[in-house]
Design a binder for this molecule. Sequence first.
Ligand SMILES: Nc1ncnc2c1ncn2[C@@H]1O[C@H](COP(=O)(O)OP(=O)(O)OP(=O)(O)O)[C@@H](O)[C@H]1O
Length: 242
Amino acid sequence: MTNVEVGLAPAMAVEQLAAGYKGRNVFEGLSLKLYTNEVLCLIGHNGAGKSTLLKVLFGLLPHNAGVIRFHGREIKPTPSEMAGHGVSYVPEGRGVFPGLTVKENFALALWSAKIQGQDAERRIGEVLEVLPRIKEFWQRRAGQLSGGQQQMVSIGRAMLAEPSILLLDEPSIGLAPKLFQDLLVPIREYQQKRAMSVLLVEQQVGEAFSVSDRVVVMKSGELIFEGVPGDLADEGKLMGMF
Ligand SMILES: Nc1ncnc2c1ncn2[C@@H]1O[C@H](COP(=O)(O)OP(=O)(O)OP(=O)(O)O)[C@@H](O)[C@H]1O
């Protein structure tokens, strides 16, 4: 049974949202709900507007029309406000500090979130429990790690904030399907343990669907499908949407 069916309140919702660049909207009239304790997978062709939506939700890009709600309350997101609300965003392309070690990357994230002492140690311990392979390259410079390892660091760093909402933009980029699956499974376990909401933008649908509760498909700025992954199990149906 999905959260929609059990009638849970959305953690975040957008209504009639419009946003874009340089006076040109990428999408208009977009409405979408992200429920508590769900992984919602957002798929769509290149340039459909998926990353733009994540940027707007995290406050990196203003919206031109519509409403954004956080647990029912209208907000005008800014990145610091969203971080304060427990929202973490992992952009496309990893974004680790390449010259710093993994340990230093974590320390910097904790320092900028003003998390210190025993609390910081506890959070590091918990992330290393979820993603234990990070321990293998803990003292290495992030820039020297493989794509998959950097992705793991980037997501681990986002988890240090103990987010209630995680916005993940194409974590599979540059990863073989098996490595991507190895990354998704612990994220799914962590999500379920903490009743976190995850908005997962992906192109690798097979792997992404295996950890998702619901799926939305975006085409040229419009949401053309909302359902559960099983609805799109038939590849022909999925291909027909692109
Ligand atoms: N910084 C920017 N300035 C101007 N236009 C942009 C900018 N970023 C994205 N766009 C345009 O906005 C549209 C939506 O892009 P967006 O990155 O949201 O798509 P996407 O669905 O995430 O695609 P992809 O899967 O390729 O990342 C595209 O036409 C893109 O060229």
